[in-house]
Design a protein around this ligand. Structure first.
Ligand code: ADP
Ligand code: MG
Length: 263
């Protein structure tokens, strides 16, 4: 990162503790280097947006944080709440409180939404949710996310529309209460109603102990969830950081001016 484009979350004094610290990260896919020294700090209580063109490496970043085996970390470090993420197995990352929203969820015929959520909470949340508390908690989250009751007895993603899959995933996220939620292009292809569910779920998680990373190539979702910081990913690095106004600027000006600036 150059001197003229300080990362506000790195540069500004913050009383939030760091949730995610990515330092000089280098990641290769099939032997080709995609991320070339990316640095990013996300503190507790903050919502960050990562923006960039298709192919700029946004999903590579989320895959590296989550531990996808195909993405080879060749340099740098990732810390989650001060611990070395790269030394953790994938399930461990989830157990510690990292949640990644998937673009292509799988169907589980024979497994009801209700059972699925129970198992997911059991597997991931360290603070055990007692049986008696589980139902009211699901109900409350369903109400907040405007999800009909009939949902619970259906089989996971079996015949679900795109919007329904996203609703289920957001309900799962609301139940898991992750310290760090990464939403990678969660807005693409969704209608306004589904987008509102996604926004409501993110806003439910916004509190001083948690952080969210919204990855998107267009600005639509940021009309519903205002990020504290916006970063632009270009050429494998964060080339510019700013506040919500940067997303506006990208909407009107596109990415070309940054390419010229970075060159
Ligand atoms: N699984 C993969 N196999 C081969 N190439 C990949 C794979 N994932 C990403 N890439 C390549 O890495 C680059 C960055 O991709 P990606 O991180 O998916 O970008 P974004 O999410 O910003 O659209 C692209 O050139 C893409 O073709
Ligand atoms: Mg992507």
């Amino acid at each position: 990162m150059s001197e003229e484009t300080p990362n506000p979350s790195n540069g500004a004094p913050s009383n939030g503790t760091p949730i995610l610290e990515v330092t000089d990260l280098r990641v290769a896919v099939d032997g080709k280097e995609i991320l070339k020294g990316l640095s990013l700090t996300v503190n507790a209580g903050e919502t960050h947006a990562i923006m960039g063109r298709n192919g700029s490496g946004k999903s590579t970043l989320s895959a590296a944080i989550m531990g996808h085996p195909r993405y080879e970390v060749t340099g740098g470090s990732i810390l989650f709440e001060g611990e070395d993420v790269l030394a953790m197995a994938v399930h461990e990352r989830a157990r510690k409180g990292i949640f990644l929203s998937f673009q292509y969820p799988v169907a589980l015929p024979g497994v009801t939404v209700s059972n699925f959520l129970r198992q997911a909470v059991k597997a991931v949340r360290s603070d055990d949710v007692p049986t008696k508390a589980f139902r009211p908690l699901v109900k409350e989250n369903m109400k907040r996310l405007d999800i009909p009751n009939a949902f619970m007895t259906r089989y996971v993603n079996d015949g679900f529309s795109g919007g329904e899959k996203k609703r289920l995933e957001m309900l799962q996220m609301a139940m898991l209460q992750p310290s760090l939620a990464i939403l990678d292009e969660t807005d693409s292809g969704l209608d306004i109603d589904a987008l509102k569910v996604v926004s409501a779920a993110i806003n439910l998680l916004r509190d001083k102990g948690r952080a969210q990373l919204l990855i998107t190539h267009y600005q639509r979702i940021l009309r519903y969830v205002e990020p504290d910081f916006v970063h632009v990913l270009l050429g494998g690095q964060i080339v510019k950081s700013g506040g919500p106004e940067l997303a506006q600027e990208l909407e009107t000006r596109g990415y070309e001016w940054l390419e010229t600036e970075a060159a």
